[in-house]
Ligand binder design. Sequence first.
Ligand code: DAH
Length: 333
Amino acid sequence: MLEEVKLFVAENADQVEQFRIRFMARKGLISELFDQFKEVPPSDRRELGLLINELKVSTQEKLDYFKNLFEQSEKATGETIDLTLPAGFREPGTRHPLSIVRSEMIRIFSRLGFTVNDGPEIEDDWHNFSALNFPPEHPARDMQDTFFIAKDPDIALRTHTSSVQVRVMETTKPPIRAIFPGRVYRNEAISARAHCFFHQIEGLYIDHDVSFADLKQTLLYFAREMFSVDTQIRLRPSYFPFTEPSAEMDISCNLCGGKGCGFCKYTGWVEILGCGMVDPNVLENCGIDSKEYTGFAFGIGIERITNLRFQVKDLRMFSENDLRFLRQFEGAF
Ligand code: DAH
């Protein structure tokens, strides 16, 4: 019994109680020993008495030790810790569709040697408008109404990622070949087709002898990598203050293959971006010699590309955090 007590270890309070009952209860082993003690011949009593006493003391010690141990952990956690319980399951998250498409766009342009930069969402008038050739009273500013602060009208939430063109040109000597992904803001009523914030990827390429043909080939490559090898592109003349000439680019509708459907309003084409040759005034505003360098720029709406890619019909889905929507992108990479 002494040996048994010496080797005893308890894993929980229940085992301590079992141990107590086995040795110390009124009908336990130790009281049984005391009962039998009466029948022991007087000559052996002394030796046996010492052993029983030793047993009693070490049993009590063990009991005190383990009782104390489990009481402490119970106090700390309010319950006994079952280390064998399986851990709670945490569902893996999903990537946001806009993040999926943004990464894919970055991957496509990086294959053409474009690097990635970013700039601030809180911008000043110079970087968002003036340096980009929007004079103070120019009506083109109206189309990009945004959020200003009353205290300082020079500061606003940027309306486009074109502001990063200025920041990069001001601080980098050409050649420049970079894209600028980011969030932009407009003072728009929120609906299925418009939101007060959305995302763009801006592209800028400045070097010796950059031509409109380079722009067109770059965008054709992008469209075919992003959608399919037989995607067609179409450039329509347009106006932006910071490019000359300027164009808007359509791709052949990726739902009907250009035949015409409800999605492309039976035109066979859908608009995806604005682009053009960087206006010499903009180069000069940013300290780049427009006699030496030319360049092109483009701005693509990430929501637009995502809508086409995944047929999302309502822009609000992107920011409502509805898990039924977000979980549909579980398998996307
Ligand atoms: N910044 C324009 C917008 O948000 C889009 C754009 C048009 C960007 C032409 C460009 C460009 O870089 O060349 O409406």
